[in-house]
Design a protein around this ligand. Structure first.
Ligand SMILES: Cc1ncc(COP(=O)(O)O)c(C=O)c1O
Length: 310
């Protein structure tokens, strides 16, 4: 069975449409202001993972950005599950999907006040094939984590806990690290030199017998970050939420990123130096295994299968 993305219907403002008919206006604030709130959830074995945590975060982003969808979180969850159910018959049994929410303020008024609306909010929910081939080799080799020269937008200016589509800062940071190594993954620092996050993931180190991750005040409170902290507690691995700097990554035993698609992405090199002994470490392996056991699916094998497909 081939995974045909063109068969996945898209929910757009109450309608289910084929992807080529799911269109928004050029005057939608998603385009004119870039004020789209977003979520990305994935399935494991066709079951959504922690959908309620993603919907909860979406509604926090919507509240802070003052966007009202007219839908309750329960209604949003129900519609999401309907979209998934509609599209799952097109997904091969061994494959999974992203479930994406994009919500903008709606049709903007060309007026002095950017918050004036001429329509209800625009609500888009779609599913797409989850292609993991780009990350597959990192599970065994580890990736090269690199600090870009651009710093994170201070959270006093734009709270990093809002999950939105205004991604220019993240994209530029990623472009900068690709100048160093085309395979590099960014570790973005704040204006005080503390580690924050990556363009689409959180960051952890294992050092001094503890798994450490930065505070969520300067980084998105990732659902995968939360999951790793839960798994670590189950495995009796001590954890600490703390500020740390590049020095701590250079001298750590292990490092990895976390994000919805790949779950845990080991980093074995940091700014050209090996992290620990330069191999994917035992704590990272244990956490990946525990995550696979929890969802009943071999996360690494699924990604590796994608390499042979694509
Ligand atoms: C900036 C940023 N940080 C962290 C994450 C990781 O969050 P999650 O684990 O919920 O996918 C994301 C996810 O897209 C993100 O965009």
């Amino acid at each position: 069975m081939k995974h045909d993305a063109s068969k996945h219907l898209v929910y757009l403002n109450g309608e289910m449409l084929p992807p080529d008919q799911a269109r928004i206006s050029v005057f939608d604030t998603a385009v004119t202001l870039g004020d789209t709130m977003t979520e990305s959830t994935r399935t494991f074995g066709h079951k959504p993972f922690k959908l309620e945590r993603h919907i909860d975060r979406l509604y926090k982003s919507l509240k802070v950005s003052r966007i009202d969808t007219g839908l309750s979180p329960v209604e949003m969850s129900e519609i999401t599950l309907q979209v998934l159910e509609t599209n799952l018959p097109h997904v091969p049994p061994e494959e999974d999907v992203w479930i994406t929410h994009n919500v903008s303020r709606g049709m903007g008024a060309a007026a002095a006040d950017p918050t004036l609306q001429r329509s209800p909010a625009t609500v888009i929910i779609h599913t797409t094939p989850m292609i993991l081939s780009d990350w597959a080799s990192f599970y065994t080799e580890g990736c090269h984590a690199v600090t870009p020269f651009s710093r994170a937008i201070p959270t006093q200016s734009l709270d990093a806990r809002i999950k939105h589509r205004s991604r220019l800062a993240y994209t530029l940071a990623e472009a900068e690290v690709k100048l160093v190594d085309p395979q590099a993954q960014s570790v973005i620092l704040d204006t005080d030199g503390n580690v924050t996050e990556n363009k689409g993931g959180n960051f952890f180190i294992y050092a001094d017998g503890r798994l450490k991750t930065p505070h969520a005040r300067g980084a998105l409170a990732g659902v995968s970050r939360e999951t790793v902290l839960e798994l670590a507690a189950d495995l009796s691995i001590p954890t600490q939420i703390t500020d740390f700097q590049p020095y701590d990554i250079y001298t750590a035993d292990e490092a990895f990123f976390t994000s919805t698609p790949y779950c845990i992405m080991p980093a074995t090199k940091f700014n050209g130096l090996p992290v620990g002994d330069g191999a994917v470490g035992p704590i990272t392996h244990r956490l990946l295994q525990a995550w696979s056991d929890m969802v009943g699916l071999d996360i690494v094998a699924q990604a590796q299968r994608h390499v042979s497909i694509t």
